[in-house]
Write a protein that binds this ligand. Sequence first.
Ligand code: AHM
Ligand code: MG
Length: 332
Amino acid sequence: TENTIAQPVGTTLERYIMRKQAEFRFATGELSQLLRDIALAGKIVNREVNRAGLTTIIGSMGQQNVQGEAQQKLDVEANIRFIRALTNGGEACAVLSEEEDDIIHTGNAQGKYVVAIDPLDGSSNIDVNISIGTIFSIYRRVSKVGEAATREDFLQGGRRQVAAGYILYGSSTMLVYTTGHGVAGFTYENSLGEFFLSHPNITIPTSGTVFSCNEGYWFDYPQYVRDYLTQCKREGQSGRYVGSLVADYHRNLLTGGIYLYPPTGKNPNGKLRVLYEAFPLAFLIEQAGGRAESGTGSILDIVATEFHQRTPLFVGSPALVERLLGETEVVP
Ligand code: AHM
Ligand code: MG
């Protein structure tokens, strides 16, 4: 008989990664290590985010903490933490971050992967204790191992991502990722310092009753977007907009819904960035059975030519995206 006292409390991220490594393609363990490095940095950033209200870390830069280190704003701090973890981990030869203009070479010329990351998204929410997130995208490099990473490593196209995901620093902290074999979600247990598998095999509901967009830009939205939203309102659907992409996306992933960042007069290409916001979330939503579109095609088909290129983004339940694009009748 089984010893009930020794029952495992659950599957840790570590155990899950090991299991998947045995099942799937990342048999060399390098991608596994990369995911561990991201999770580790996520734990550190989680700690900083959690105590942000207690320290002088929020607010302006340029102060010094007790160790005499310059204190940073949280988004800068998160950037440093992720780059450090990816550098120390050894598997990533270069990193592209929302916080830096150019790619960062980690010095790991032998590393086979490159990582595009938004270390802390939702900057307007950082100082007011509202959920924020990290978004990441991983490619196998196309440049030669042993040499410096190149632009082409980051501009391969969304369909060549080997893994992508996000960390949500919300009422719980969660890590959600895909390596192209479905989507799994892990919840952080603070006292144990571990992520536990809490959401195996996440699939997005086919439809839903939530629309998430900044309605302040209403008069600047394309007519087809206004028509869609008008119809949502006629049906009594719910408007939910945190203003943190990861939080809005995560809600819609679990409950069904659509997130919209349309082109506007001021921002004809929308606001969100292709490489470290749209691509990873598009890869993940497709793995979960959802859709991600730009209004002119699938997000994953975008041919990016600039590191910080932007795109309009419509992402969520497949039936809602279809309806927005007029592929199905708007009036039921
Ligand atoms: P950021 O990368 O500068 O933080 O901007 C991205 C954020 C998203 O998290 C959010 O969905 C969007 O910008 C909100 O933008 P807006 O205030 O225009 O609605
Ligand atoms: Mg961002």
